[in-house]
Design a protein. Structure first.
Length: 63
């Protein structure tokens, strides 16, 4: 391999395309998984309700 050349420089254009597509698919899969985890943590909006409750308690303590 020539100095400074990356392994993808020696791939055919179609192989390079699929290599990038595989990386993008993996990244999209990880993002989707993260979004699903957030939904699983807060399926009913319980965190939002808890935050509002804390804010109300703080207002009561200050006022």
């Amino acid at each position: 391999m020539a100095r400074g050349a990356s392994p993808s420089d020696h791939m055919s254009p179609s192989r390079r395309f699929f290599s990038h597509r595989e990386a993008n698919t993996e990244a999209f899969s990880q993002i989707t998984h993260g979004m699903n985890m957030i939904t699983a943590i807060e399926p009913t909006g319980a965190l939002s309700e808890h935050k509002e409750s804390l804010e109300s308690d703080m207002d009561d303590d200050l006022g």
